[in-house]
Ligand binder design. Structure first.
Ligand code: FAS
Ligand code: PHB
Length: 398
């Protein structure tokens, strides 16, 4: 049994854990990241693609902003397709200049991992049997097995950045936590392909009576597309040809015509859910990112919420260690949840508006089309969509 000590033990080397580690290191706070998968496995998961300005600013603050500056694509609008017609929503004009940046989560994770390697920071990959102990005391610890050797990491705080299926939230006594959940009756089939994006200036969201579709990008030569599919579908049910044909049927004729198709380099089906665990602090254990909440990816909020949690949590821990003030850590949960619930609302609203629900044929479809028609002609509703899409400020009246 090997014993060691640090100030903050971070569980999970996804975007939340890596970003938190980078910000704590910059403030001179010792930390160790414990990750159950290998680096390659973490990088193999294809997920988010859109960064709010708050997230881009945080990457610069963490010292890894070069990647998004050089490889990101700034967008000033999004496009909504319904009744076979495409409508731009000028988010930048509607929000006095705010933008979103298309830059994949894989790239964000890679940038943060490279920085950690360069700085020689302590990251334990392929850690097995990770368990959390005594986080309701002043001496919490994390235990894990690495290459057959048992380790005990003594720490002052534990950050649960281990995602929806992680061990951190699962370690909290049931009576101490309240979970809110909505599971949607469909999934997203996502395809990554090395073809130029059909729309490189705006993400396209399509509501069709066949179901939802989304056209995104990772670069000018790599595209990311999704179609809504039944939860019973398996990836092997969808050949590339079937995917491209279905995607085209859900877009307007002009975009369908211009679509450049090619072999998929990644294809996966993700379920959609809304989930929030309250509170996000349990003694010396804090939850951040997907460990605490999940949004349906329609609003492109998952990764961005993880980033804002990490901003709040890193500031709170820095205040505790460097100024010996508990104010930040005492307010972390309340502060993070205020922004989480705003993003949950927006993601639920856009998902409900854009997807075909089993019981929403006929009248339900007409209601969606009527709301979309009102939206694209209403400055007020378009502004509401725009200000949520670009991301609410970190400090907002709540
Ligand atoms: P992550 O889940 O990314 O990272 C958690 C890490 O903890 C993982 O590396 C995991 O291996 C590790 N871990 C888990 N259990 C552990 C244990 N017991 N011990 C140690 N380590 C452990 N968001 C969008 O905005 N747009 C999208 O299109 C989008 N698509 C998504 C598709 C899928 C299939 C999923 C699951 C999520 C998607 N998301 C999307 C949301 C996603 O981007 C998350 O918001 C983002 O990954 C959150 O980052 P983390 O909080 O770091 O959690
Ligand atoms: C993506 O690029 O993967 C993406 C973009 C916007 C979304 C969801 C996913 O709303």
């Amino acid at each position: 049994m090997s014993n060691s000590r640090t100030q903050v033990a971070i569980i999970g080397a996804g975007p939340s854990g890596l970003l938190l580690g980078a910000l704590l290191h910059k403030a001179g706070i010792e930390h160790v990241i414990i990750e159950r998968q290998s680096p390659d496995y973490v990088l193999s998961r294809i997920r988010a693609g859109i960064l709010e300005q708050v997230s881009v600013d945080l990457l610069h603050e963490a010292g890894v902003g070069d990647g998004v500056s050089q490889g990101g694509t700034i967008h000033h609008s999004i496009e909504l397709v319904f009744k076979n017609t495409r409508h731009p929503i000028e988010v930048t004009k509607l929000t006095d200049g705010k933008v979103v940046t298309a830059y994949g989560q894989t790239e964000v994770t890679h940038d943060l991992m490279k920085q950690r390697q360069r700085l020689g920071l302590d990251t334990v990959y392929s850690a097995a049997d990770v368990s959390l102990h005594d986080f309701d005391s002043a001496s919490p610890q994390v235990r894990y097995v690495k290459d057959g050797v048992s380790h005990v990491l003594h720490c002052d705080f534990i950050a649960g950045c281990d995602g929806f299926h992680g061990v951190a939230r699962a370690s909290v006594p049931k009576e101490a936590i309240t979970e809110y959940e909505k599971v949607y009756p469909f999934g997203w089939l996502g395809v990554l392909a090395d073809v130029p994006p059909v729309s490189s200036h705006a993400i396209v969201y399509a509501n069709s009576d066949r179901g939802f579709a989304l056209c995104s990008m990772r670069s000018m030569t790599r595209s990311r597309y999704y179609v809504q599919c039944p939860l019973s579908d398996k990836v092997e049910d969808w050949s590339d040809q079937r995917f491209w044909d279905e995607l085209r049927k859900r877009l307007d004729p002009d975009m369908a015509e211009r679509m450049i198709t090619g072999a998929s380099i990644e294809k996966s089906i993700a379920p959609l859910r809304s989930f929030v665990a309250e509170p996000m602090r349990f003694g010396r254990l804090f939850l951040a990112g997907d460990a605490a909440h999940i949004v349906p990816p329609t609003g492109a909020k998952g990764l961005n919420l993880a980033a804002s949690d990490v901003k709040y949590l890193s500031s709170a821990l820095i205040e505790y260690f460097n100024e010996r003030s508990p104010v930040g850590i005492d307010h972390y949960s309340q502060r993070a949840l205020a922004r989480v619930w705003r993003a949950e609302r927006f993601s639920w609203w856009l998902t409900t508006l854009m997807h075909r629900f089993p019981d929403s044929a006929g009248f339900g479809q007409k209601m969606q089309e009527a709301e979309l028609d009102y939206l694209v002609h209403s400055q007020a509703l378009s502004t509401s969509l725009a200000e949520n899409y670009v991301g609410l400020p970190l400090n907002f009246a709540s």
